[in-house]
Structure formats: structure tokens, C-alpha cells
Write a protein that binds this ligand. Sequence first.
Ligand SMILES: *Cc1c(COP(=O)(O)O)cnc(C)c1O
Length: 376
Amino acid sequence: MQSIELVDLRTQYLKIKEEVDQAVLRVIDSCAFIGGPDVNAFKEELQNYLGVKHVIPCANGTDALQIALMAIDAKPGDEILTPSFTYIATAEVIALLQLKPVFVEIDPETFTIDVKDARSKITSKTVAVIPVHLYGQCANMDAVIEFAKEANIRVIEDTAQALGSFFTDKNGVKHRAGCIGDIGTTSFFPSKNLGGYGDGGAMMTNDDELALKLKMIANHGQSKKYHHDSIGCNSRLDTIQAAILRIKLKYLDSYIDARIAAADYYNNAFRNMDEITTPVVASYSNHGYHQYTIKLNGVDRTALQDYLAEKGIPTNIYYPVPVHLQKGYVEYGMKAGDMPLTEELTAQVLSLPIHTELTEEQLAYITENIIGFIRG
Ligand SMILES: *Cc1c(COP(=O)(O)O)cnc(C)c1O
């Protein structure tokens, strides 16, 4: 059996090696290293795939979030609602811009933002909410949008983990994740569902005015050459990455299907295990399984991880410490016990290997070992 990886990028690459190698060489040969036709073509192809009016490529998913917050004119002291159960980048950009992150609990079943809790934390300074489509599943965007309209605040969807996932709204209309709020942001970090071979990111919007602003801010606040209408930053999608992403975008749906098939295998294997809560898929979203994350009930997580590591099965914890309890974020005044649901989850979750190349043999080996450990 081939060794098990948390994410097997190499086997995936070998299947598209010829196409990718040619594309990379073509960019080098053209010497169009910055911008160039591949970035524009990728932008258009991603727009078509998502069914969104504007895609603005940028350097990474963290920049995408930062530029989005700059584009909505958030000012120092303004408050941004976001879950504490997320990757640090979501809160980091808020802090970096001297805005105030206001941490919100998550729904303990879907691990996405609890809008009821968000509603209770609204103040006169709140200007936006950033739901995170965690692990590949959409937050309840009907509830988020309704709440944001009521509160007159903006919605920025952190779609770094859920590009390609679908949200079905209350009228039965399907939307791609990231294309529902005012702005969606995503990442092409290699392990993401649409991953490049280096860093990359993008913003999505259906709003023409916001699109112009996002584009301008990502390019030094430049409206026309050497005319800078606002303070911006330098955040470009690398041309070689764009050329690779154009190829991988063609396979994104089949990559997601492969992840879902692996998740189905896990779900079925664990269906009679009280000690394992498998991912709950909400009625309004599908799950792209950026992560396959189980909740352990009364199982020694560290012992299980050690046991699996010995058997050559890597696992990971996303995320062991919630943002509100991170050392760098003490100034926001949160302490242990302030967010019980989030804190309990960080102690219970365990992410198993999930990628596009898992074989049945590997899945059988992983699940047998987990069940074997729990049953003793
Ligand atoms: C990966 C990730 C980001 C950041 O993306 P980068 O491209 O690494 O900057 C932001 N938010 C979430 C939820 C992520 O998973």
C-alpha cells in the first residue's frame, strides 16, 4: 500500500503532469511573468465556474480578506464579527487593520457561525460579519444575509476552505460558496480544494463598484498608471500559478467528488460508533470536505493520534486553540470559558487524511485502525 498522506499532492500532480509542465514552460518561455494572459484567462474561467460577475485574483487568501475589509471602508475601531473557531488569518487581518474582532460562537453540529450569537454581539460599531465556510461546508447564508440586512452591515465570506461548494438558498436557488455575500475571498494554497503550486488567492463579488475598489486596492490603490486614489497594497496572483490553476480548475468538480467519495467511506465505516460523530451536512449546503473532521466522544485524542501515527496514519487538529484564546489576541479581553461551544470543540475534533487520491485500501486501513483503537 502506498504511504498515507494527510494531503497527497504528488499523486494528483502525476496525473496532470504533462499539462502542468507544458503550461509552466509556456509561461517561462513567454517571459510574461507578472499579469499576462494566463492571469486574465484564469480570472474569466473562475468567473464562469462560479457564476459570479467579478473575480479579482490576488497573492493569497489572507490578502484577499484584508483587501475585502479595506474595500468596505472599515475604519480603526470598527467591529467585525467572526467565529473564533477558524484559521488565524480570518481574525488576523481584522486586527492588522486596527479593527476589532468580535468573536462569535459556532453551531456545534456544522462548525459554522451561530447567527443568534452574532446578533447578540452587534453594537453601533459593527460594520461587517465574516462567516467562514469551515472544512468545506457553507455557513447558513440565508440566516447570515437576513441578519446583515437587519443590522445594515456587510458580509465577507471566507471561502478559503470551500471553493466549489454549493449553498442552496430558501428559494431553492443554488449558489457557489463565496458568491452570496458582498465579497467572497478564497485561497489557492496548495492543500486547498483548488490549490496551486505556491501561494495564490482571489476575491469574488457581484457588485461592480466593489469590484473596482478591490482591484484598485490590490494594485497599490492605483486608478490609472501612477495615479493612486487610495492606500492599497501589492497583491498579485503569480502568472505561473494562474497557468497551473487554469488546468486544475477543469478538474475541481471531480476533485470535490473524490473527496466526497472518501468522506462517504469514512461515514459508512463509523456509522455505528457512538464514540465518533461524523460531519453533519446541513440541508442548505453540500460539503466539499476540505477537511474530514470527526468529533470524538470520550476518546483520548492524543493517544489515538499517537497510535495512528505509529501505524503510518497522519492526523491533524484544526484548530487546537481557538482564536480568542491565542496569546497574540489577549488584548481583545477574552478568557477561557467565554466561548464554551468553541472551546469544547477544539478539544474534541480530529481531522483524518482527506484528498483526491485516497484508495479503498488506504481508507480501509485507516478506519480499521481507528475502530480497533476505540474498541480496544
Ligand atoms: C487557508 C485559509 C486562509 C488563508 O489563506 P492563505 O492563502 O494561506 O493566506 C484564510 N482563511 C481560512 C479559513 C483558511 O483556511
